[in-house]
Design a protein around this ligand. Structure first.
Ligand code: UN1
Length: 513
């Protein structure tokens, strides 16, 4: 790692002393068991942090609840100004943070930088939003009355994020929640604790410089048990959780049981439909990046290709031959396209999927396998694989977080392809490759894709922050990031004001005393 400047990056991010596991920071009060963070890149120990105990959690949530009471009174544009300064720091630290993301999570350095860019973009978005956060006014049915709605800060927001986007998903939530006037408690993944601490340090510094009350950006560390403290806690009105459908169902039940709100961004099983009118060159780029980028560990990764029979062989051959160009190795080395999986459990899931697809009757088109030898010592590097499969195979119905692409054939028209595409439990991202207007519009119509994201002539992954991000069915229904996703971080109030000397009742009801 040293040749790629990891030590310097840790230093730039203020992580020199986190490496012995003794450090706590502002609004991060963890005193529990040690969590060790090993890099999937080279298997080296990067650092240690302490997990949050229940006493630490109590301290965190009471600090956040207290801080919220003051923060909510700050004018939103002033909160936006703090986010602007936080963003300046992100711009300044883009390279070390992108590098740490790459080293701790395993995605390519380019993608690490791209992830930090998403943070920068959402902060810009949030700063503009801080002068908006608008409700509607409507005409009252009563004379001399005014009616309008306004959005007030919600309270303490709990954020649970996953290892695969260890920094961006936090920022999608916090940047919006902060300008909305909320306090945030973040539980990042226990697989990427150092990137969480790096982000916490950046926010803590900027917040302290601006005299932001204590508790507006809190960090808790540990496994699902720490997350559970938040999901059960009535002082946390909103839980925003990103991760598996299994996790989401548990969180949804727990939070609904206390009538809290959830924002869930769960699994995907994303497909690209390739029609006879597709541009083959762009299809190959979109599909290959979608399937192997981030080593197949994005929620939006391409899992299935649904190809029309007339062009099936042509597209299949083009994709198979593109796979031969893929360079797998240290993700900090910009010559490589694909880095490691996050850990050995992920490698096992990958191996299981390849075995299972064959057992169910699939055919391997591009052989997988775990890489060994020099440069692959961590045991987490695998070869992206392709299998010809049927949509109703159990393994195809299941989201495997690894670079395994299933390809299948459709005949007939685009509605036959849509049957397959929509024929899974998940509903996050989808795409069609076509230059045929009728097919494209059909795909986007009410009878078209049932996903939260539907793209034409673009792959399934790599959404911009300006749109609402999320999906339907087993994906959980939440929307984060752009558009009006901010509304979930606020509470809506309808206000009616009578400025007359009378008190007329609505619906024309007479009530004379
Ligand atoms: C995720 O995998 O949880 O659209 C987020 C994309 C990225 C975000 C993915 N902008 O692929």
């Amino acid at each position: 790692a040293e040749e790629f400047g990891i030590k310097q990056a840790l230093k730039d991010l203020g992580l020199n002393d986190v490496n012995n596991g003794t450090s706590t920071g502002k609004d991060w009060f963890s005193n529990g068991d040690i969590i060790e963070s090993y890099s999937p890149v080279d298997g080296e120990l990067i650092g240690k942090v302490k997990a949050t105990t229940s006493e630490d959690y109590e301290k965190t949530v009471s600090t956040a609840a207290k801080g919220f009471k003051e923060w909510r009174t700050w004018p939103a544009p002033q909160r936006g100004e703090v986010v602007r300064q936080f963003n300046d720091e992100l711009r300044r630290l883009k390279e070390p943070l992108g590098k740490l993301v790459s080293y701790e999570m395993g995605k390519s350095y380019q993608e690490g930088l791209g992830e930090v860019q998403e943070m920068i973009d959402i902060c810009d978005f949030a700063v503009g939003l801080s002068r908006q956060l608008h409700g509607l006014t409507m005409h009252s049915e009563r004379p001399g009355h005014r009616m309008y709605e306004q959005y007030h800060p919600l309270g303490v927001v709990g954020i649970i994020s996953a290892f695969n986007f260890p920094v961006a998903v936090w920022s999608w939530n916090t940047a919006l929640a902060w300008v909305c006037g909320d306090a945030c408690i973040w539980k990042g993944s226990e697989k990427t604790p150092l990137t969480s601490v790096a982000c916490q340090n950046i926010a803590a510094k900027v917040f302290a410089e601006n005299n932001v009350p204590e508790g507006i950006s809190c960090l808790i560390t540990g496994d699902y048990k720490v997350g559970e403290m938040m999901t059960k806690d009535e002082r946390v009105p909103l839980i925003s959780a990103t991760g598996s459908t299994r996790m989401g169902k548990i969180v949804a039940k727990e939070v609904a049981g206390r009538l809290g709100k959830t924002l869930l961004e769960l699994g995907g099983n994303n497909a690209i439909i390739v029609t006879p009118d597709a541009d083959i060159k762009n299809t190959v780029i979109g599909a290959v990046f979608g399937a192997v980028g981030t080593c197949g560990q994005r929620c939006t990764s391409t899992r299935r290709l649904i190809i029309h029979e007339d062009i099936y062989d042509k597209v299949k051959d083009a994709i198979v031959s593109a796979y031969k160009q893929i360079r797998i190795g240290n993700p900090l080395d910009e010559n490589n396209h694909v880095g490691p999986l996050i850990d050995k459990d992920a490698v096992k899931n990958y191996q299981h999927a390849l075995k299972k697809v064959v057992e169910e009757g699939g055919t391997i088109l591009v052989e997988g396998g775990v890489l060994e030898g020099e440069g692959y010592e961590s045991g987490c590097y695998v070869k992206p694989a392709i299998a010809e499969a049927k949509n109703d195979f159990e393994i195809v119905q299941h989201e495997t977080f690894a670079p395994v692409l299933y390809i299948m054939k459709y005949s007939g028209d685009v509605s036959d392809a849509l049957e397959l595409q929509n024929g899974v439990r998940q509903g996050l991202s989808s795409a069609i490759m076509t230059n045929n207007l009728r097919e494209a519009e059909r795909f986007l119509s009410t009878e078209g894709s049932d996903c939260g994201i539907a793209n034409v002539n673009i792959g399934t992954s790599g959404a911009e922050i300006g749109g609402a991000f999320g999906g339907e069915k087993d994906t959980g229904g939440g929307r984060e990031s752009g558009s009006d996703a901010w509304k979930v971080y606020m509470r809506r109030q309808t206000n009616t004001i009578n400025y007359t000397t009378e008190l007329p009742l609505a619906q024309g009801i007479k009530f004379d005393l």
